[in-house]
Design a protein around this ligand. Structure first.
Ligand code: UPG
Length: 257
């Protein structure tokens, strides 16, 4: 077994659909590394079977929830307290190096070179670029770091109620520290960039490595036209949603029954 792995998280069957497409996208991109998925007890047995068919391991973890309604209200995403469950990825000490990917991410081109990065490497968040986006990050599993994160979460909480606020406070030297830990934006292109800097997307878009469908409108919640095999979406986002759905229709959907 390789001592390196991709890691994702799904706390319910809905996000598990995203995890399945993500795993297929890694295979499609020719990654030499396997992937594991963290799930919580609420993922159904049927879905666990499907995940086992694609992931090298399906690891059941407890739910960790910030229960921070006030800060989550600022994000208008009351459901994101559960993203504290992501902290469990530091418990994967059977691996030396891992790359975490949110279940709503899609690997467009091979990015195995990410494993050469050090903890904590991540790309800037477009909403506040002095913070990193916690949908794609390179980390080193460690019981000590896991324990320190749990302690930090209990004592300090998260400024946004989710894991991103917590991790940015814990790894607070990211903004001013070693610039090598700043991944290029191409490794975590969030859809907001499509509206805020379209010329850059047109200029650099062919080098895009990972697209990340942040926000409440997840790919699996979009309407897909099964006759024309197209998904309806605004502007440049369409081609990436189309890719997500093409992988879903060809590799995931046939095995759902
Ligand atoms: N997740 C679940 N179940 C949930 C909610 C989230 O499994 O009910 C997992 C899943 O892997 C998901 C990730 O957590 O992709 C993040 O949640 P998501 O709904 O995708 O959050 P976004 O608003 O799209 O993402 C931003 C950041 C993300 C961070 C989150 C909360 O991009 O990295 O985890 O905010 O801080």
């Amino acid at each position: 077994m390789s001592n390196r792995s991709w890691v994702t998280l799904a706390t319910n069957d809905s996000y598990a659909l995203g995890a399945l497409v993500l795993a297929h996208s890694l295979q499609r991109a020719g990654s030499v590394y396997s992937a594991v998925v963290l799930i919580t007890p609420s993922v159904t047995d049927a879905m666990r079977e499907r995940l086992r068919a694609v992931f090298a391991d399906v690891i059941i973890v407890d739910v960790l929830d910030s229960r921070d309604a006030a800060h989550l209200a600022l994000l208008q995403r009351p459901e994101l307290g559960i993203t504290f469950t992501k902290i469990h990825c530091w418990g994967l000490t059977q691996f030396e190096k891992c790359v975490f990917l949110d279940a709503d991410a899609l690997v467009v081109q091979n990015c195995d070179e990410l494993f050469e990065q050090e903890e904590l490497s991540a790309a800037p968040d477009v909403g506040w670029p002095d913070c990193f986006n916690s949908g794609v990050f390179v980390f080193t599993p460690s019981k000590d770091t896991f324990d320190a994160l749990i302690k930090f979460a209990k004592e300090r909480g998260s400024f946004d109620g989710g894991d991103q606020g917590l991790l940015n406070s814990f790894f607070s030297d990211w903004a001013h520290g070693d610039i090598k830990k700043h991944l290029p934006f191409l490794y975590n292109v969030t859809s907001a960039a499509f509206y805020s800097y379209l010329p850059a997307l047109k200029h650099f878009g062919q080098n895009l490595k990972i697209i990340h469908f942040i926000g409440a409108a997840k790919p699996w919640l979009q309407t897909y036209n099964w006759e024309s095999h197209t998904v309806d979406a605004p502007g440049h986002l369409q081609q990436f949603l189309q890719l997500w759905w093409t992988i879903f229709v060809t590799s995931v959907h046939p095995k759902l029954d």
